[in-house]
Design a protein around this ligand. Structure first.
Ligand SMILES: *Cc1c(COP(=O)(O)O)cnc(C)c1O
Length: 376
C-alpha cells in the first residue's frame, strides 16, 4: 500500500521566509563556456569568455606549484586561522595579523561585514550602478539599501555623505567600481571618510586595485590607523588569476576584524586556496604581466570601439562597459558567434555590455564579432 503525500504547498515554508529574503533578485553570473557550448552545440575551445573580469593569463606558476603541494594534504581541515596567508599579507602590506579577515572570495568578506554590522532597521548606502553584491549582502540581513544616484556613472560621494542618516551603519564604495570602471581620487575619498560619522562602517572595495597605474594607487591601508571604521577589501580573483579558488580578504581595525571573524565560517577558505593565495601574493612578476596585458588590451578594445563609433565609459579596471544600444540583442548576437560578454541591465544600464580585456586574439575576435553583430 502506498502512502500518498498531500501536494506540497509552497506557502508552508517558502511563504513564511522573511519578506526581505523573498524580495532578493538573484545574482546573475557570467555565462559559463560549457553552458554555451551545450546550448549551441559548439566546441568549448571555439568559445571565448570575456564576461567575468577573469585573468586571461591564467594562474601564476608559483600559485600552481603551491596548489600541487597542498593537494597531498587535503584529507586534513585547512588552517582555520589561515596563518600562512595572513603572514604573507602582513609581509606585503605591513598590517598586523588581527587586522585581517580571510574570505571565500571577497564576496564572502562583504557578506561578513553586512552580517557583523547590519540588521533590520539599519541602512546601508551604496551608489547606483555599483557592484551587485552590496544590495545582496544588505538585503540578506534584512537591512535597507539606500541607492544614491550616480554622477557620470561614478559614485557621487557628496550625495552619498548626505544620504547617511542615524540609521546608516554601512557605506559600500568600489574603487574602481564594477561594472562602470569609474575611479575615486584619494583626496575625495579622504574627504568622505572625514565627513562620515565613525559609527558608520565604510567598506572600500578595491577588487581592481592592482590594475591601477602606480600614480593612481591610493595608500588606503595607511588610512586604517586614522579611520577605525574603514574596511578595505581585496581579492585574488582578478589580477592574481585565482577566481575559481575563491579567496579574498579584508583589512580593518582589529576590533572590526574581530567582529567579522566571529561571523566567519570556521573553515571558509580551503587549504588549496590558502596555499595558492599565499604563493600568488609573492608573485609580483605575474601581477605585473597581468597589468601590462590589461593596459594593452584596454587600448586595443577602446580603439576598436571608437572605430565602430560606439561610446564607452573610460575604465580603470580590466573591463569596460560600452553603449551598444539594444544590448540584449547584441548580447545574443555575440553568443551566436561564440563570444560571451556581460549584460548589465540589472545594474540599471540596459544599453550597455561589459567586456573584460582578454588576450590580444580574444579582443580582436570580440571586436570582429561585435562589428558583425551590430550590422546583423
Ligand atoms: C570581482 C569583484 C569582487 C571580487 O569577488 P570575489 O568574490 O573575490 O571573486 C569584489 N568586488 C568587485 C567590485 C568585483 O568586481
Amino acid at each position: 500500500m502506498s502512502v500518498v503525500n498531500p501536494m506540497p504547498r509552497s506557502e508552508d515554508a517558502c511563504d513564511l521566509a522573511p519578506g526581505y529574503i523573498r524580495a532578493i533578485a538573484p545574482y546573475q553570473p557570467g555565462k559559463p563556456i560549457a553552458e554555451l557550448a551545450r546550448e549551441l552545440h559548439l566546441e568549448p575551445d571555439s568559445i571565448i569568455k570575456l564576461a567575468s573580469n577573469e585573468n586571461p593569463l591564467g594562474v601564476s606558476p608559483l600559485a600552481m606549484q603551491a596548489m600541487q603541494q597542498a593537494l597531498a594534504d587535503i584529507a586534513r581541515y585547512p588552517d582555520g586561522n589561515g596563518f600562512e596567508l595572513k603572514q604573507a599579507i602582513v609581509n606585503k602590506f605591513g598590517v598586523a595579523m588581527p587586522q585581517i579577515v580571510l574570505g571565500n572570495g571577497s564576496n564572502d568578506v562583504l557578506d561578513m561585514a553586512a552580517r557583523a554590522f547590519l540588521a533590520p532597521g539599519f541602512e546601508a548606502v551604496y551608489s547606483q550602478h555599483a557592484f551587485a553584491v552590496y544590495p545582496l549582502a544588505t538585503q540578506s540581513v534584512g537591512a535597507t539599501g539606500i541607492e544614491v544616484p550616480a554622477k557620470n556613472f561614478g559614485h557621487d560621494l557628496e550625495a552619498m555623505a548626505k544620504a547617511v542618516t542615524e540609521r546608516t551603519r554601512m557605506v559600500f564604495l568600489a574603487n574602481p567600481n564594477n561594472p562602470t570602471g569609474t575611479y575615486l581620487h584619494a583626496a575625495e575619498l579622504q574627504r568622505f571618510l572625514e565627513a562620515v560619522p565613525p559609527r558608520v562602517v565604510v567598506v572600500l572595495d578595491e577588487a581592481y586595485n592592482e590594475y591601477l597605474a602606480e600614480e593612481l594607487k591610493t595608500d588606503s591601508i595607511s588610512w586604517l590607523a586614522r579611520f577605525p571604521n574603514l574596511v578595505i577589501t581585496r581579492t585574488f580573483s582578478k589580477a592574481y588569476g585565482l577566481a575559481g579558488l575563491r579567496v579574498g580578504y579584508a583589512l580593518a581595525h582589529e576590533l572590526v576584524a574581530d567582529l567579522m571573524n566571529r561571523v566567519r565560517q570556521p573553515f571558509n577558505v580551503n587549504s588549496i586556496s590558502l596555499a595558492a593565495a599565499a604563493a600568488g601574493l609573492r608573485d609580483d612578476d605575474f601581477v605585473r604581466r597581468s597589468c601590462e596585458l590589461n593596459a594593452i588590451g584596454m587600448q586595443q578594445i577602446t580603439q576598436g570601439l571608437s572605430k565602430l563609433g560606439l561610446s564607452f565609459i573610460p575604465s580603470f579596471g580590466n573591463f569596460i562597459s560600452v553603449n551598444v544600444g539594444d544590448a540584449a540583442k547584441i548580447f545574443q548576437q555575440l553568443l551566436q558567434r561564440g563570444v560571451i560578454v556581460r549584460p548589465v541591465a540589472g545594474y540599471g544600464m540596459p544599453a550597455f555590455l561589459r567586456v573584460s580585456t582578454g588576450l590580444e586574439s580574444e579582443n580582436a575576435r570580440f571586436l570582429d564579432a561585435l562589428k558583425a553583430s551590430l550590422s546583423a
